[in-house]
Structures are given as C-alpha cells and as structure tokens.
Design a protein around this ligand. Structure first.
Ligand SMILES: Cc1ncc(COP(=O)(O)O)c(C=O)c1O
Length: 395
C-alpha cells in the first residue's frame, strides 16, 4: 500500500504540513482576513514588471548563468556599496538563488557535514531547522525572550548563547530583522555573536530578507558581515520578495567571500542551477532604480503596525513591539484559550482574522503557546477590515 506518511523520508517526518498552507486554507474556508502568511495583497513596483516583461519580449527565455545574470549581480553589488557595506565583486561574491529559501538550502548543504552543529535562535523561520535536517546537521537552540516592558525588544541570554557553541559548531544562523518577533539585532548583540563565531571558527549564515523594513531610527539594520573580521566568515542572504512586494518571484541572492560562495554554488548548481531568467532582469531593474518604493512601503507598514497593535491591545492581548519585518507577536493568555492553536483557530473561524500559531517556531512547542503572529504587509483597507473584526473578539 503506497501513500500516507509511511512513504516520506525520515528526515521530513517530524515536520508535517507547513503551518502556512494549513492556516491559509483555514482562512480561505472562513473568508477570514489573512494576516497569517506573510505576503502583500498588492503588487510590486512597475519598474520590476517592466524589466521582466522587456526581458521576455527580448527573448531572454533561456537558462541564466549558474551564478545569476550579470545585471542582477552588478545591481546587488552596487546596492551593497550604496548601503555603506563596502565594495564587493559581483562575479566572485554574488550568487543568485531562487529566493532566499534556496539560498538557505544551498548554504546549509554546501557548508555542513552530517554531525555538524548549527546554532539557531528561536522562535525561528522554519527553514532553518528543516535545512539542518536535510544536511544531517544538529540544531542548537537559543531562546529569544519577550520584553518585560512595552518599549523593549526580544532578547537572548548571553550565557545561553555561549553554551550553545561547542567544538562541533560549524555555523550560526542570524536573522535580522527577525521573523517572527520583529526584533532588529543591535550592534552589541551582533558583536557578541561575531566574537563567538570567530572563537569557534564558525560561519555565520545571515538571513536579511527584511533588511529594508525597519521602523525605528534608533534600531537600524546592521549586516553582521560588516563587523570587524566578519566578511571572511559570513554568508549574507537576501531576496527581492519583501523589499519589492514580489514574494512570488522567488529571486534571491547570497553574498559571500570566494571560499563561502564556492560552498553555496557547489549546492546551488545541483538544486536549481539558476533562477528564472526574465525575473532576474526585472529584479535587477528594481534594485538599480528603487525610487521611493522602499520608503513608501515602510511608511505604509509602520502605520499598519500601529493600527493593528492598537486593535489587538483593545481586544485584550499584550502586543510586543515590532521594530522591523512585517510581523508582530502578541500574547493572548489573558483571553483564556488553551493554547496558540486554539486561539488562532477561533480567531480565524469565528472572528474572521487569520494568524499563525507560533508554537511551530519553537523546538519545544509549549514555549509558543501564549503567542500569536500577525502579518501587517497588507493594504490599508485590509488592515482596517481586520481591525473592525477584532472588535468582536471580546464579545
Ligand atoms: C526570515 C525569512 N527568510 C526567508 C524567507 C523566504 O524568502 P524567499 O521568499 O525569498 O525565498 C522568508 C519568507 O517568509 C522569511 O520570513
């Protein structure tokens, strides 16, 4: 008898069906406002569409070079310099991937051997753990704890981080701005991570897909690769999706020194070989000429965040500050639900607003049971509708 879980390889069995697919299906079934999966409900900038359509019309329909089309790699290198991160070589240091997702898989598979350990902050973007399973690597978790004040940020315990590093540590994964907490790692925190990575000869894999989505001048985005001694040991991953509201294009890139680019490329050539050629050209156009798109997006999201946070607070949740990304976390414990799944299911089916139960982002699900994650990467009207519906949560 074929079928059921029995056919799935052992490495994927612990993970089941992605929570994003599950909550989006529930949201659709109940016509809920979908603040669960993090994708915008509007389109990206015309410059990107135009660039991609032009590329298709110009017959750029064949495989791209394995490392990415030169205009995109050059645009990524120019943006790196424009952002004050230094001068890099588009040929040697930039590899285009099918979204940051493929960049993650390529970094893990190209770098890690079975038995290696990888330090991961939790709650985590689920790929960090599934990629470890694919590579046969062992995750070591460090908890990000909610702030005790309404102005604070999620923080980790320094001792816990130090203890997570062992003689087997090969990599540490940083994600800043951080999904799902909205944390933007500070220079002090990144310096501590950098120091430990150097002491343990570990590589940092840093996922910076929300690099342009920060909301507080006092908490700017900092790339760990720019800290002293870190360029040599860092793979920086990013993508087009969040910055330009084009999550479905799945165009991403890895920036790394030559020996680490070699690791990414070793795997990338056998994963997808290359991302879609016309979309790479569209991405290049958007990165070259972003105009005021990123600033507009930041302003929209900051206003959405504040509206949503206020509505959730009125509904009786404790909302944690989000300084970056397009997510916020809130504690629903005061409302009396058994756990995060019970709360999110009720919210979706009865209130008509879908959110993600964050227990799936912890290796011990109990750690997330008081929480819910909301995405605010939506049109203002969508957020207004969610706010209206949230008024019924308490009644
Ligand atoms: C932290 C983080 N990394 C990576 C990704 C995936 O990026 P991409 O769509 O470019 O593959 C996401 C998408 O939700 C994310 O939140």
């Amino acid at each position: 008898m074929l079928g059921g879980m029995s056919q799935i390889a052992h490495r994927f069995r612990p993970f089941g069906t992605s929570i994003f697919a599950e909550m989006s299906a529930l949201a659709a079934a109940h016509k809920a406002v979908n603040l669960a999966q993090g994708f915008p409900d509007f389109d990206g900038p015309e410059v990107a569409t135009h660039g991609a359509v032009e590329a298709i019309r110009a017959g750029k329909g064949q495989y791209a070079p394995m490392t990415g089309v030169p205009p995109l790699r050059e645009a990524v290198a120019a943006a790196w310099q424009r952002d004050g991160r230094g001068s890099i070589d588009p040929e040697a240091h930039v590899t285009v991937t099918s979204g940051c997702s493929e960049g993650l898989v390529a970094a893990y598979l190209g770098l890690l051997n079975p038995g290696d350990e990888v330090v991961i902050f939790e709650p985590y973007f689920d790929f960090y753990v599934t990629c470890a399973a694919m590579a046969g690597a062992t995750p070591r978790f460090v908890r990000l704890n909610p702030p005790s004040s309404s102005t604070g940020a999620f923080t980790f315990d320094e001792g816990e981080l130090r203890r997570a590093f062992t003689s087997r540590t090969r990599a540490v994964v940083v994600n800043t701005p951080h999904n799902p907490t909205g944390k933007v790692f500070s220079r002090e925190e990144l310096s501590l991570i950098a120091d430990l990575a150097q002491r343990h000869h570990a590589v940092v894999i840093t996922d910076e897909v929300y690099e342009y989505l920060t909301y507080e001048a006092a908490r700017p985005h900092i790339s760990i690769a720019t800290l002293p001694g870190m360029w040599e040991r860092t793979i920086t991953l990013s993508s087009l999706g969040k910055t330009f509201s084009l999550t479905g294009w799945k165009v991403g890139w890895a920036v790394a020194p030559e020996p680490l680019s070699a690791c990414v490329r070793a795997a990338h050539q056998f994963l997808t070989f290359c991302a879609a050629t016309p979309l790479q050209h569209g991405a290049a156009a958007a990165i070259r000429e972003p105009g005021d798109y990123p600033a507009h997006l930041r302003a929209l999201y900051a206003a959405n965040r504040d509206l949503l946070a206020a509505a959730l607070t009125r509904a009786g949740l404790t909302v944690y500050p989000s300084h970056g990304t397009y997510f916020l976390m809130a504690d629903h414990a005061a409302l009396g639900f058994a756990d995060d799944r019970a709360f999110c299911t009720h919210l979706t089916a009865k209130v008509g607003v879908a959110a993600i139960p964050p227990s799936v982002f912890y290796h011990d699900p109990a750690a997330g049971k008081r929480l819910a994650r909301f995405a605010f990467c939506k049109k203002r009207e969508t957020i207004d509708e969610a706010v209206r519906r949230l008024e019924t949560l308490r009644t």
